[in-house]
Write a protein that binds this ligand. Structure first.
Ligand code: ADP
Ligand code: MG
Length: 688
């Protein structure tokens, strides 16, 4: 249960004065549904103004607050021309206050001739005249404006204005209770961080890096702490020590020797599985690094030890692909492998369910269907989760609650993420890295081509398809992912234009396609019936079509490095030489240029991930503090890099000292977990 003192913060935004159904929508668009969200909706920047006695003290271009006296109104002669309030400062300098459109009506009221007003705005020069266009604020005395010397600029959505948001933020801040400190006093002192409530207030009032860092650290600490609690709870669970005797693994006849990295990972997994506490391990390895064999070895350990293993894939098509691969590889061992997906119904499904209960099935591969309530296992010893990033931590927890004992968990991801982010996403797990590619892999020939050479590219594509090979064509994110329909329209247009040339041997895959249809299209491509796959960015991660050896990515500069790397990983899977063409638009930014150059230079996913973080941390996402692929809303990439290792260490220490969160600081940390909705961490405490 959420601590009561947080209730005011978790009230809906409608409980704030001025928020009705009309304002609710734009607030939601900004992700603000509760008072807490408003309190944490921090300004992007601040307008800083200087109060001056007269215009001689100010320079053109400066934001100022100055007393001015109106001496004449020059009304607009037509609707396009502005209304000018001619005014003088204390030294007689003339300055025009310029109002366009409807605002001109208010200008007369604001500036009665002969009276002095304090005006806040940006001083500009027009010909030889000084002017302030649409003053930001006007007041009768200086006191009315001194509060605006530093003014927050909030991220907005349509229907909201700065004053409205400032008004809401003020109310939200007033509702923030005093909370007991959860940060170690030493840490607080070392960074000169203010207390929570004060930090929140300061962060809205002016540029205050310490306050913002503290708030970011809070979020990082909450996340780390929750993950550490998961880890600690997992340690306490009853697992099943599984020691294989090697009898099945010995019968595998792999056509290749394992890489050193694969052997190391298998050793680590073997060590974990032999323990009584359940394994919680992440296998991180770039596309093509050979994770499947590692998973198979792990599953065979379970079977050798008399248990069953389950492998969970995010989509049916991936499940089927794994099923085929595993069955082929494991054939000599004689283990029974079955496939279960959502489309299995009736008899077929029943018989698989029976096989899982009576233990005649050793290994099951499937989608979520393998963890439904109706599915029972004789003795599930190991769960392998492929493409881990599709499952959140809380889902991960649910998956492993089957049976009397907790099965060992091996999560696998092909997304090479930087070390700091690994800590954020998977901090509760031990990590094995496949940082070595199997030998003999051909480098993918990556070229950057200007979009205006599209004709040549299509000709090349035609030759490629004629030679019997297949290809992918990825369409641009027109709207930066904001308007899916526009992306789709662009993809459909491209599909139509390519179709005039290539006819029916094409499929179109996009995010709005129903799963069955998407699977069917992917199937047509995987089977070789379709030669060209045109897609928005949703090409299934992990889909393996070795005959597809050409990848075209339109407006490649719009994609992140990690994403480009993922996409490029679709080719280069067979023995034939593969090519990746990055088509660039002509509006190439410095960062965009650097990105594409890096893609040409390296195929090392971990390196690209680090560079991606560096480039984006450097302001590429200007104005968007949130980054889609971190689990954080407050902490930006720079703060994550600086503060996450620290937060992670502090969380670890806290859990070691006070695993039940029972001390005063522990209690405070519970509140923190609720504040950032990492309460699944707290719930584990009770469950034991
Ligand atoms: P991942 O799932 O990590 O993307 P896979 O497990 O699908 O990669 O392996 C990619 C390809 O590499 C497969 O064809 C696999 O048979 C092959 N492979 C795996 N390990 C080795 C190895 N040690 N040497 C040579 N080829 C390997
Ligand atoms: Mg794979």
């Amino acid at each position: 249960m959420r601590p009561e003192l947080l209730n005011p913060l978790f009230a809906e935004t409608e409980s704030l004065e001025g928020v009705g159904p009309k304002l609710k929508k734009p607030l939601e668009k900004l992700g603000l549904t509760r008072v807490r969200d408003v309190a944490y909706h921090l300004p992007d920047r601040f307008v800083q103004r200087r109060a001056v006695a007269d215009l001689d003290e100010a320079s053109v271009g400066e934001q100022i607050v100055v007393p001015l006296t109106a001496f004449e109104h020059r009304a607009s002669p037509n609707s396009r021309a502005p209304h000018r309030v001619m005014a003088r400062d204390a030294r007689g300098n003339v300055c025009a206050l310029v109002y366009f459109g409807k605002a001109s009506y208010t200008a007369r009221k604001l500036f009665p001739v002969g009276e002095t007003r304090w005006v806040a705005g940006k001083l500009e020069q027009y010909d030889q005249w000084l002017q302030i266009v649409h003053p930001d604020h006007v007041a009768e005395d200086s006191a009315g404006l001194m509060g605006y010397l530093v003014e927050p600029v909030y991220p907005l959505a349509e229907g909201l204005t700065q004053p409205k948001l400032a008004h809401l933020a003020n109310q939200a801040l007033d509702r923030a209770p005093e909370l007991t400190e959860w940060i170690e006093p030493g840490v607080l002192a070392r960074h000169k961080w203010p207390a929570w409530r004060e930090a929140l207030r300061l962060a809205h009032r002016g540029p205050h890096p310490e306050a913002r860092d503290r708030l970011a650290y809070d979020e990082l600490l909450a996340n780390s702490l929750a993950l550490m609690l998961v880890r600690a709870a997992n340690r306490k669970r009853r697992g099943q020590p599984l020691k294989g005797d090697g009898r099945l693994r010995g019968q595998l006849s792999l056509p290749f020797p394992l890489t050193g990295a694969q052997r190391r990972a298998i050793g680590e997994i073997e060590g974990d599985m032999a323990q009584a506490s359940p394994m919680l391990r992440l296998l991180q390895g770039d596309v093509g690094s050979g994770k499947t064999v590692v998973a198979l070895e792990a599953m065979l350990i379970a079977v050798e030890a008399g248990a069953q293993a389950a492998m969970l894939a995010p989509t049916e098509i991936l499940a089927r692909q794994h099923f085929d691969t595993l069955r082929a590889m494991a054939a000599p061992t004689g283990v029974t492998i079955a496939l279960l997906t959502g489309s299995d119904k009736g008899r077929a499904r029943e018989s698989i369910l029976m096989g899982l209960v009576d233990g005649s099935i050793d290994i099951i591969v499937g989608t979520h269907a393998i963890f439904q309530d109706t599915v029972a296992y004789k003795n599930l010893g190991l769960v392998v989760i492929d493409e881990q990033h599709r499952f959140g931590v809380s889902q991960r927890l649910l998956l492993t609650q089957k049976g009397r004992t907790t099965p060992h968990t091996l999560a696998m991801t092909a997304t090479p993420i930087p070390r700091t982010l690994t800590l954020a996403q998977y901090g509760e797990m031990d990590v094995s890295q496949l940082d070595e590619m199997p030998p003999g892999r051909q480098a993918i020939d990556t070229r950057v081509i200007a979009l205006d050479r599209l004709g040549e590219v299509v000709d090349g594509l035609a030759r490629h398809l004629e030679s019997g090979q297949q290809a992918y064509w990825v369409c641009p994110m027109v709207s930066g992912g904001e308007h899916e329909s526009e992306d789709l329209a662009a993809a459909e247009a491209r599909f139509a234009s390519l179709k005039t040339r290539f006819g029916d041997a094409m499929v179109l895959v996009h995010g709005q396609l129903k799963p069955e249809l998407k699977d069917a299209a992917m199937e047509r491509f995987a089977g070789g019936d379709a030669r060209l796959l045109v897609a928005t960015t949703v090409i299934e991660v992990g889909v393996d079509v070795p005959n597809a050896t050409l990848m075209v990515i339109e407006q490649a500069e719009r994609f992140g490095l990690a994403q480009l790397h993922q996409l490029r990983g679709r080719v280069g899977r067979g023995s034939a030489k593969s090519v990746c063409l990055l088509l660039r638009g002509d509006m190439l930014s410095e960062v965009g240029r650097e990105r594409l150059a890096l893609m040409r230079e390296t195929q090392d996913g971990f390196r690209l991930a680090e560079e991606d973080l560096r480039l984006r941390g450097g302001g590429e996402l200007l104005g968007t503090r949130q980054s889609g692929d971190t689990p954080f809303r407050i902490a930006d990439l720079d703060q994550i890099q600086r503060l996450l290792p620290l937060a992670s260490d502090d969380a670890k220490l806290l859990v070691e000292r006070d695993g039940g969160l029972a001390s005063t600081r522990g209690e405070a940390a519970r509140v923190l977990l609720y504040l950032f909705e990492r309460d699944w961490g707290v719930q584990l405490l009770r469950g034991g």
